[in-house]
Design a protein around this ligand. Structure first.
Ligand code: DBV
Length: 245
């Protein structure tokens, strides 16, 4: 087993148990991509589902030996719901582990939104943070997208990833699915427009600033990489354009 395989397996179990899960289409050529990098195979596999309230639940899993493992897992709700995004960026590089786990708010500065989607998970955040040291600086421009319950850590021990980070990942996912269960559709046109704007702003940012871009370009080339980012990883913009054309 590679480091993040158990995360993906558990996510699939939990999602299958708690949602009406259907496959989400992965563009041809993106289910699996392999390159030989300094004699070592680097394989990227994609997994994706949808459910009645969730537009895209997707994972990108990069496996390239002990010093290169990445699981990026993002859930994008359907545009009828004001649910936050679920975002996990679990990264192991030669320099060490880097873990970002959050439910990223659509309306970060709205107290009612915070009361609905952040305050309920603060106890969970506090419980896990106690075992996961704050990861230090991260890009200033990313700040508006994170919630106050952002778990951000650079564990020194792989064992910490396997135990503490795994527990936090499973707890955050279950707490997210609690929100999903309770979510009711937004009905006001202004509310719906605001949700769409907020989702587009977030996903546009993620696509533009994808920290994996350099790595993917080196492994698989720029064309594959841009298509993967815009056509699969953060595909809302493309899909809205298709609807509005
Ligand atoms: N990050 C992605 C996707 C990845 C991915 C789709 C499939 O969004 C991997 C792969 N993240 C990835 C890699 C690195 C990071 C780093 C490979 C290391 C890059 C490197 O060091 O070369 C959270 N991820 C990071 C960093 C942050 C995040 C803050 C450090 C980046 C830096 O210091 O420049 N997750 C990332 C982020 C948001 C999020 C910015 C959102 C708003 O949810």
């Amino acid at each position: 087993m590679t480091l993040y395989e158990p995360f993906l397996e558990r996510a699939q179990q939990v999602l299958t148990r708690r949602l009406e899960l259907a496959p989400y289409p992965i563009p041809v050529g993106f289910e699996r991509k392999e390159a030989l990098v300094r004699g070592e195979a680097v394989v990227t596999t994609s997994t994706a589902w949808q459910s009645p309230k969730l537009r895209q639940i997707r994972a990108a899993h990069v496996q390239g030996g002990g010093a290169l493992q990445v699981l990026n897992f993002v859930i994008s709700p359907r545009l009828e719901y004001d649910l936050p995004f679920f975002g996990a960026d679990l990264v192991t590089l030669p320099g060490g582990h880097l873990i970002a786990l959050d439910m990223q708010p659509l309306f970060r500065d709205d107290p009612a939104y915070q009361a609905k989607y952040t305050e309920p998970i603060v106890p969970l955040f506090e419980a896990h943070r106690a075992h996961l040291e704050w990861g230090g600086d991260f890009p200033e421009e990313a700040r508006p997208f994170f919630s106050p319950a952002f778990l951000w850590t650079r564990p020194k021990e792989t064992g910490t990833v396997e135990t503490r980070v795994f527990a936090a990942f499973v707890d955050y996912l279950n707490a997210y699915l609690d929100f999903v269960e309770r979510a009711e559709p937004v009905t006001h046109p202004e509310g719906l427009a605001a949700v769409e704007r907020a989702q587009l702003r977030y996903l546009h940012y993620r696509a533009e600033k994808d920290p994996a871009r350099g790595m993917f370009r080196r492994f698989y080339g720029p064309e594959w990489t841009e298509e993967y980012i815009h056509g699969f990883l953060f595909d809302l913009e493309r899909r809205r354009e298709a609807v509005h054309r």
